[in-house]
Design a protein around this ligand. Structure first.
Ligand code: MRU
Length: 336
């Protein structure tokens, strides 16, 4: 199994996802600021993995004498705005810290470290449960299309969307995967293909603009993607380009499934209109790996996520089961 992130005696160890697939390098963060930097620079990315990293960053920062949890959490909360799992993890760690008032510093440090490791273990178990629920939706002898990387690398292990695919394969379904390359950061080609080849799951890389062509062809049995934040009405924020895939899926009668833990639900937001969308550097669009792919001086935009309206979402798979429209009721029931 790929170890995305681990708590060790030396610090928080992560595989550097900016170096994949060419180099498998692990980095060790020894301070909460180093964890924040790793999240900001995409060394670790993917909503659930960001949540686990934040929890470990808080636990790590609090090992220092005179550490201030508010300032640690403030720095971590400003790393990336869209994935709600970041804020979910920060809230959970803060709540635990409050409940430890009056206990010795040593007890508090041990409890925060244990909680962060527990969040990591829970995430893997949650992904396995999502996989079990979602596998029933995957048609046999068909191709599954996915966008971005919602795999082991985007979580503590196993993955959400790729967890559904892994579970379907474990159940003996004869499926293969089409992975969108996912411009501009190439999470699909660099990470999803790397992960699935590692597991010997037959995978074909396509560029993002090929998705419509293949969705029309009849070979795609379903689309499965992850999510960064899901509003109360079932609108889904996920990697830029997801919305286009969802519209094309509906146009061609292909089911579009979202796989995410309940920690990705943000029922405080009535719709996806108020989900904050991260705008990343335009350099990530005009350049790849230091090489320019556009004329010097090109103006480029880089929203890192888009919001897919609920009408394009056939079902949302969480660890609690499968939610369908009307999502206001079904999603509220998942947290109830
Ligand atoms: O910018 P990223 O790579 O963090 O974006 C990741 C995604 O959009 C994933 O699809 C999402 O976080 C779900 S990961 C299980």
């Amino acid at each position: 199994m790929i170890e995305t992130i681990q708590w060790t005696d030396d610090g928080v160890v992560m595989i550097d996802q900016t170096r994949l697939p060419n180099e498998e390098i692990f980095i060790t963060c020894r301070t909460s600021d180093e964890v924040a930097h790793a999240i900001r620079t995409m060394v670790i990315r993917g909503a659930p993995a960001i949540g686990v990293a934040a929890a470990m960053g808080i636990a790590l920062g609090m090992q220092q004498p005179d550490a201030d949890i508010e300032s640690i959490c403030d720095t971590l909360s400003k790393t990336r705005p869209t994935a709600v799992n970041l804020f979910w993890a920060i809230d959970r760690m803060k709540k635990l810290h409050r409940s430890l008032a009056g206990r010795s510093a040593a007890d508090m440090r041990a409890a925060l470290a244990a909680e962060a490791q527990q969040i990591r273990l829970e995430d893997i178990a949650i992904n396995r449960a999502i996989g079990q629920h979602g596998a029933s939706l995957v048609p046999d002898h068909k191709t599954v299309l996915t966008h971005c990387n919602a795999g082991a690398l985007a979580t503590a292990g196993y993955g959400t969307a790729l967890g559904v695919i892994r579970a379907a394969v474990e159940q003996g379904k004869q499926i293969d995967v089409f992975a969108d390359e996912t411009r501009p950061f190439l999470q699909g080609s660099r990470l999803t293909v790397w992960e699935l080849l590692h597991d010997n799951i037959p995978t074909t890389l396509i560029t993002d603009n090929m998705a419509g062509h293949f969705l029309k062809s009849g070979r795609i049995g379903c689309v499965v993607v992850g999510a960064d934040r899901i509003a109360a009405n079932g609108d889904v924020a996920n990697k830029i380009g997801t919305y286009s895939v969802a519209v094309l899926a509906k146009e061609n009668g292909v089911p579009f499934y979202v796989a995410a833990p309940t920690s990705t639900l943000d029922l405080t937001l009535a719709s996806g209109d108020s989900i904050p969308i991260e705008e990343r550097a335009s350099l990530e669009v005009t350049h790849y790996s230091g090489t320019s792919v556009a004329p010097r001086g090109t103006v480029a935009r880089h929203p890192a996520f888009d919001v897919t309206p609920n009408r394009y979402v056939t079902a949302i798979v969480t660890e609690k089961g499968i939610a369908r429209a009307p999502y206001e009721q079904s999603l509220a029931g998942m947290l109830g």
